[in-house]
Write a protein that binds this ligand. Structure first.
Ligand SMILES: Nc1nc2c(c(=O)[nH]1)N[C@H]1C(S)=C(S)[C@@H](COP(=O)(O)O)O[C@H]1N2
Ligand SMILES: [Mo]
Length: 432
């Protein structure tokens, strides 16, 4: 019991030392260390011989209480920050094909604005900059002048998966749950930009929202990002007023937001009131330097960098999640077959394959991957896996995109603000 507690605690406090203790210098988990690890996990580890040296068991990686969100209209998400309000969806809450509104993750950079008191149809959106006819449209005009579309679209924070970076980076320590796949109703940004008559010089967008900066300084934007006009003109980039058939909740951008699926969530401006077209990349908060930018050539993890040679993140990398078994689940003794399912997505690309391993990556079983109902919706995967015995297992889920890129074992391409980490998901389970 003493050994059990100390190893568990040590993994919480100092995972590197715990690994050194458990695995020793040779890196093999044997004898007393294996027994101690098993005791810490509360089970034997049938595939211990295949455990990579120095591997921190997923079951021990998360030590301590996880703070919970308590908010009307929202499920008990994982609370990552109160000011600004940030909350993550546990992976096992992402099992629905269409993410229910209460299970949507929340990411704010500033304060949540007061709810627009007027008739939502009188909310105004300006389209200006490099256009021949600047537009000042009410939401009602948007709804009556342009064709409405309803699409399932994945929206993922640029920092999703950040907690997997070593060394730890700045920013919210997201697991893999800063992702949603809602059913959005709105109009295509493309149609509205065309109505404004873009000039040849209109090459980039800049987005503005009504949320106050945390400092209270009304001249500052909480976040204001932009993208190349080609992404703005895609037919899945929408100005949305409904989520899952209802007006947007305040926290998700009521009454109007942009949805830019497949690219960092920060391009999906909430409380949207202005889009400007520009000849040069936008320069609002969240642009330039190391913000939403990643190295072209890998840099030394933990080093400082001004980001001058980084590039803006465009399409997000491939990721898959197992959603029908929660991390830490205990299954009845004798369970030998697992029916598994989850979702996978790959930014602007599609997902070609999903594999699951129960033996620390020594062997992989291919799952079935369904097609998306529309472009930029996530894809459902299903399959099953056999287990040899009771014990502690980790189910590793690994997706591969349509260009053959596969999720790495460890978060790759370390960058100072911790973007685009897509290490494969690890779900710890105990059988018996
Ligand atoms: N106006 C405004 N829009 C915003 C943000 C914000 O802070 N203010 N956060 C962005 C980021 S970083 C993300 S990941 C998504 C999150 O959207 P959600 O809170 O509806 O899940 O909104 C984006 N749009
Ligand atoms: Mo984000």
């Amino acid at each position: 019991m003493g050994v059990e507690r100390s190893l568990t605690e040590l993994y919480g406090d100092d995972p590197e030392r715990a690994d050194a203790l458990a695995f020793g210098r040779r890196g093999a988990l044997k004898g007393a260390a294996l027994a101690a690890m098993g005791a810490a996990l509360g089970s034997t580890i049938p595939f211990a011989a295949r455990m990579p040296a120095g591997l921190l068991p997923a079951a021990l990686a998360q030590a301590g209480e996880v703070p919970k969100l308590r908010m009307d209209g929202k499920a008990t998400l994982i609370l990552l920050g109160e000011r600004p309000l940030v909350a993550e969806t546990p992976e096992a809450m992402l099992d629905d094909d269409v993410t229910p509104t209460d299970k949507f993750f929340i990411r704010n950079n500033g304060a949540i604005p007061e709810r627009f008191a007027g008739d939502p149809k009188s909310w105004r959106l300006r389209i200006d900059g490099e256009v021949n006819t600047p537009l000042d449209l009410t939401l009602g005009e948007l709804q009556s002048r342009f064709e409405a579309v309803t699409l399932r679209l994945q929206m993922e924070c640029g920092g999703n998966g950040r907690a997997a970076f070593t060394p730890e980076t700045r920013g919210n320590q997201w697991g893999n749950g800063a992702i949603s796949n809602g059913e959005w109703t709105g109009v295509r940004l493309r149609d509205v930009v065309r109505a404004a008559g873009p000039k040849d010089t209109a090459r980039f967008t800049g987005h503005f929202g009504a949320d106050p900066h945390l400092s209270g300084d009304t001249s500052r934007q909480a976040i204001s990002r932009g993208m190349p006009v080609a992404k703005a003109m895609e037919d899945t980039t929408v100005l949305a007023w409904n989520l899952n058939g209802e007006p947007l909740p305040l926290v998700h951008g009521f009454p109007l937001r942009l949805i830019t699926p497949g690219w960092p969530g920060s391009l999906s401006q909430k409380w949207l009131n202005r889009i400007t077209l520009r000849a040069t990349p936008h320069d609002g908060p969240g642009m330039g330097g190391t913000s939403y930018r990643v190295p072209v050539r890998p840099i030394v993890p933990g080093s400082t960098n001004d980001g001058k040679e980084f590039v803006d993140i465009a399409s997000m990398p491939v990721r898959g999640l197992l959603t029908n078994l929660a991390h830490g689940s205990r299954l009845p003794a004798g369970t030998r077959r697992l029916d598994l399912r989850g979702h996978a997505w790959a930014g602007d690309l599609t997902v070609r394959a999903v594999h699951v391993s129960a033996d620390f990556g020594a062997s992989w079983t291919e799952m079935r991957v369904a097609e998306a109902p529309n472009r930029h919706a996530w894809q459902r995967w299903t399959g099953s896996l056999e287990l040899p015995s009771d014990g502690y297992f980790e189910l590793w889920t690994r997706a591969t995109d349509s260009q053959g890129r596969m999720q790495p074992h460890q978060a790759a391409n370390w960058n100072p603000q911790g973007y685009a980490a897509n290490a494969m998901a690890r779900t710890a389970i105990l059988v018996g």
